[in-house]
Ligand binder design. Structure first.
Ligand SMILES: Nc1nc2c(ncn2[C@@H]2O[C@H](COP(=O)(O)OP(=O)(O)OP(=O)(O)O)[C@@H](O)[C@H]2O)c(=O)[nH]1
Ligand SMILES: [Mg+2]
Length: 337
């Protein structure tokens, strides 16, 4: 008997409220799948059907037949429901599969080859809208062996479409760093007050910067931090140092009354791409700024989002065909079968 089943990692849902679990059922032939499905009360699940059923008397869920030899249950993701269901399926004579059902090819049986399966897998998880076009192009690019295989810094840049890069805003207290984050997010996401040193903990948020999702962290102001800082400030500055060290990019903020700080002010000496952003520009021009913004009147906010996006993922990588090893299973010499 070769009817096998496995719990497949849910795509796009965690294990919290509203989570889905997927149980995949496979057999060597369509006839074998039919008879194995009959044993668990699904005598009539035709190809292409997606039906709401009471599954094995345990819970309601969707039963779907995506291929002649493959069906899936989409059920509530609670461990109790999935454990009871898989135990009942096993009692009906099905064999637990080894982990290979969890591969992209098993999760996306409709894919024509490995690259397409990896692409669908990546597409289901990619947080950045910008990832969609470039991922959709990848199966053809790999099949035709078009363009170069991206490596090194270019690969790290493209990988940012799948794993949000870390952007850290630094600068003196009260120059409008947290307000800038709110303006970019279009909503209130951190503490803003007319008091220097308001932000004592770094507040991180996922932001969609014109198609690229980044993790934006706003660290406390650094003015005289190492000289006069209280214990709380020193702890916050230490935390800021850690987060700046991990940054993909630093946004140095200053307004008309202050000057730009560097990561070195926080004790970070490693070279990092820094963009000098003049803030509160409605109060006056900011000397040494590469660009100016105002969270009050909105100037420069969209331009800043695009500039950060383009520095993190250079547009040239998206305009020419490149073979991007976007999945751990893809290598330069990937066979596509
Ligand atoms: N005129 C003007 N005021 C602003 C602007 N952005 C922020 N502010 C004001 O400046 C003050 C400080 O803003 P925050 O965003 O808290 O400054 P911050 O740099 O995060 O401050 P710390 O967290 O203390 O380091 C608040 O009173 C804001 O309302 C702006 O673009 N224009
Ligand atoms: Mg702040």
């Amino acid at each position: 008997m070769s009817a096998r089943f496995a719990r497949v990692s849910p795509v796009g849902t965690g294990s919290g409220a509203g989570a889905l679990a997927i149980i995949q059922l496979e057999a060597a032939s369509g006839d074998e799948l039919d008879s194995a499905l009959r044993r668990i009360g699904l005598a009539d699940l035709p190809l292409g059907a997606v039906q709401l059923r009471y599954l094995l008397g345990i819970d309601r869920g969707l039963a779907a037949r995506f291929a002649p030899t493959m069906a899936q249950f989409l059920v509530h993701g609670s461990p109790l429901v999935t454990a009871e269901l898989t135990a009942a399926i096993q009692r009906a004579g099905w064999v637990p599969a080894d982990r290979e059902l969890d591969s992209p090819s098993a999760r996306f049986p409709e894919a024509r080859d490995l690259v397409e399966a990896c692409m669908l897998d990546a597409l289901a998880r990619a947080p950045s809208p910008m990832a969609v076009d470039v991922l959709l192009s990848q199966p053809n690019v790999w099949r035709r062996k078009e363009g170069r295989v991206v490596r090194g810094e270019d690969k790290r840049s493209l990988d940012r479409l799948l794993t949000p890069p870390l952007v850290v805003a630094i600068g003196p207290p009260n120059v409008g760093k947290s307000s800038l984050l709110n303006a970019l997010a279009g909503r209130e996401v951190s503490v803003v007050a007319d008091q220097p040193g308001t932000t004592r903990d770094h507040v991180g948020v996922l932001l969609d910067l014109d198609g690229l999702v980044v993790r934006w962290v706003d660290v406390p102001g650094s003015d005289d931090c190492c000289v006069r800082a209280s214990f709380i400030d020193r702890t916050a500055i230490q935390a800021a140092r850690e987060v700046i060290r991990a940054a993909d990019m630093v946004i140095a903020c200053a307004d008309a009354r202050t000057s730009f700080t560097t990561p070195a002010v926080y004790g970070v000496e490693s070279p990092l791409p820094v963009l000098r952003c003049g803030t509160r520009a409605d109060l006056g021009p900011v000397s040494g700024a590469e660009m100016e913004t105002s969270s009050l009147d909105g100037r420069g906010i969209t331009a800043l989002a695009r500039l950060v996006r383009d520095r993190l993922v250079p547009p040239r990588l998206l305009s020419d065909p490149v073979r991007w090893p976007f999945h751990a299973l893809l290598h330069e010499d990937s066979t596509l079968g």
